[in-house]
Write a protein that binds this ligand. Structure first.
Ligand SMILES: Cc1ncc(COP(=O)(O)O)c(C=O)c1O
Length: 471
C-alpha cells in the first residue's frame, strides 16, 4: 500500500478489521461488540476509539504468531531490522522491561562476570540479579558541564574493561537528563579489550535517533556494524521517541543466528502469551513513519530546542531562568542531547512542574533540585514550543504579595500565619506558597471597602489570584 515504506503487519490488521468476522474465541470488546448497547459505550469509544477495532485475538495462520512469526509480523520485523541496521529485530508488546530481561538472559551466562553501568534501568538490574551474575558496576560521576545531572563514568568503565576482559557488558545509551553516550566509540574501545564480548545496550530513549543523520552516528547499532566480532543486543522503548503505542519495544541483535534462536526461546519464556496486536502494528507503523518523516521531525525538535534555549538566554522576560552547563562537554564519550533542555527554574522543580501543569496545562516529567527537563520529542511542534515559552513567561512574573495590614491564612488548618500589623518573613511566605495548602489574604479591619479573601497560594485545581469564598 505504501510502496516506499511498506507496513505489512499494520496492513494485515487493517484488512482483518474491514472484515466482519464473528469471533468465537475471546476478546468480546474487539470491534466494540460487548459494549454496543451499553451506557458506557461512549466512554469506551472516547478512550479507545479505533483501538476497539485493532485489538484482536487472532494468531497464526489468520494473522501471525509472536513466537514463531512466518507472516506479516515476520515481514514487519525484517523491515525494522533493515531500517535500524540490525541483523534481526524482535517485536515486544510488553515493554522494554521485558526486552531488557530477554537480552540479559540471552547474553549473560548464569553466574558469569558482567561489567555494568550503574545508571541502568531497574529492569537490567533485576535481570542481572536473577541471572546470578557477578556484577561490577562502573562508578557514577557528575555531569562535567556543571548541571545537576549524573551519568555513568564511561572512562572509568573502559578502564575496568581494560583491566579485566569481561565476557558481558551492559550499557545505557543516555542519561535521564539529556546526555547521549557515543556508543560507536564505546563499542570500539570495548572490542579492543575483548573482541568477542557480548554487549547489551539499553537505548530505550533513543530509538528515533537512528533516523537522523547526526544522531544516528551516536547509536549502538551503527557502532556494532564496525565490530562484527561483538555480539550486541539493543533495546528500544519505541513509544518514548517514536509514533508507537506504549509497551511497544524493539529488541535488536547484531549477532549470529544461534544467539537469535536463544533470544526467541527467552522471549517465549518471558513474554505474555496474549501479545497486543495494536502495539505490535504500531511498531510496524512507527518504523515506516520514522523512515518517511523521522529525519525532518528530529531536525524540527532540534531547531525548536535551540530556539527555546536562545529565548531563555536572551529574552529579558525569561531572565529568572538559567540554562545550567550549556555549551560545556558533559563527559568523555558523551554529548548533550540537542533535543533536551534542562532549565533551572529558580524554585523547587517539583513545585515548578506543578505550576506548569495546574496553571498552563504544560507537563514536564523530570526535575533534579531546581532544574526541570524539557524533552523536545517529535510530537512537539511550534505551537507547543510557543506555549511552553508563554507559560515560562507567565510564571516569571512577580507573584502577588500580601499588603501590609492583612491576615495571611493557610488553609488547612486556618490558623493565621500573620495578623494585621505583624511582619511577614519572605522565607515563610515562600514556604507557605509551596506547602500545597490554600493561602488566603484578607485585608485587616481598618480598610474602608470590605474585600473578599484573595487566594495567593495554590491548591491543586485552583488558579493563582482567584478569589475564593469559603462557607
Ligand atoms: C532506560 C530505560 N530502560 C528501560 C525502560 C523500560 O521501558 P518500559 O517501561 O517501556 O518497559 C525504561 C522506562 O522508563 C527506561 O527509562
Amino acid at each position: 500500500m505504501h510502496a516506499n515504506h511498506p507496513t505489512p503487519l499494520a496492513d494485515a490488521l487493517c484488512a482483518l478489521g474491514r472484515r466482519d468476522v464473528a469471533s468465537f474465541h475471546a476478546l468480546p470488546l474487539s470491534g466494540g461488540r460487548s459494549v454496543h448497547g451499553s451506557a458506557l459505550r461512549g466512554r469506551f469509544e472516547e478512550l479507545y476509539g479505533a483501538h476497539l477495532a485493532a485489538d484482536v485475538s487472532y494468531s497464526a495462520p489468520v494473522l501471525d504468531s509472536l513466537f514463531a512469526p512466518r507472516g506479516p509480523l515476520r515481514a514487519a520485523q525484517r523491515l525494522a531490522a533493515e531500517a535500524f541496521g540490525a541483523d534481526a529485530t524482535l517485536f515486544v508488546s510488553a515493554g522494554s522491561c521485558v526486552s531488557n530481561a530477554v537480552a540479559v538472559r540471552t547474553l549473560v551466562e548464569p553466574g558469569s562476570r558482567v561489567l555494568a553501568d550503574r545508571t541502568c534501568h531497574q529492569s537490567i538490574h533485576f535481570a542481572l540479579d536473577a541471572a546470578g551474575a557477578t556484577v561490577d558496576y562502573a562508578p557514577v560521576r557528575p555531569c562535567g558541564c556543571g548541571c545537576p545531572a549524573v551519568l555513568a563514568d564511561l572512562a572509568a568503565l573502559l578502564d575496568m574493561a581494560r583491566a579485566e576482559p569481561y565476557p558481558a557488558v551492559v550499557l545505557s545509551a543516555a542519561s535521564y537528563d539529556g546526555v547521549l553516550y557515543d556508543l560507536p566509540a564505546l563499542l570500539r574501545e570495548l572490542a579492543a579489550t575483548n573482541p568477542s564480548a557480548r554487549v547489551i545496550v539499553d537505548e530505550a530513549w533513543g530509538a528515533i535517533n537512528a533516523f537522523h543523520p547526526e544522531l544516528a552516528a551516536m547509536t549502538a547499532l551503527r557502532g556494532a556494524r564496525d565490530h562484527r566480532g561483538l555480539t550486541v543486543a539493543v533495546t528500544h522503548s519505541a513509544h518514548k521517541s517514536m509514533s508507537a503505542l506504549r509497551q511497544g519495544s524493539y529488541l535488536h541483535f547484531a549477532a549470529a543466528p544461534e544467539t537469535l534462536s536463544r533470544a526467541r526461546a527467552e522471549l517465549f519464556r518471558l513474554h505474555t502469551t496474549s501479545p497486543s496486536f495494536p502495539i505490535l502494528a504500531s511498531l510496524d507503523l512507527a518504523r515506516a513513519h520514522a523512515q518517511r518523516d523521522g529525519a525532518g521531525l528530529v531536525a524540527r525538535s532540534i531547531r525548536l530546542a535551540a530556539a527555546f534555549r536562545e529565548a531563555i538566554s536572551t529574552d529579558p522576560s525569561l531572565a529568572v531562568y538559567r540554562l545550567p552547563g550549556t555549551g560545556a562537554s558533559p563527559a568523555p564519550y558523551a554529548r548533550h542531547d540537542p533535543a533536551k533542555v534542562l532549565v533551572d527554574a529558580g524554585m523547587p522543580g517539583e513545585e515548578f512542574r506543578r505550576l506548569l501543569f495546574e496553571e498552563h496545562d504544560v507537563y514536564a516529567a523530570r526535575h533534579i533540585g531546581t532544574a526541570v527537563l524539557f524533552s523536545f520529542h517529535i510530537g512537539v511542534d511550534e505551537v507547543m514550543a510557543a506555549r511552553l515559552l508563554a507559560a515560562l513567561r507567565a510564571l516569571a512574573l512577580p507573584r502577588p504579595v500580601p499588603e501590609p495590614g492583612s491576615f495571611v491564612i493557610p488553609y488547612p488548618p486556618g490558623i493565621p500565619a500573620v495578623l494585621p500589623g505583624e511582619d511577614l518573613d519572605p522565607a515563610v511566605l515562600a514556604a507557605l506558597r509551596t506547602s500545597g495548602c490554600e493561602l488566603f489574604v484578607l485585608p485587616g479591619h481598618g480598610r474602608r471597602q470590605p474585600r473578599a479573601p484573595k487566594l495567593i497560594g495554590l491548591a491543586p485545581g485552583l488558579t493563582r489570584g482567584d478569589s475564593h469564598d469559603r462557607a
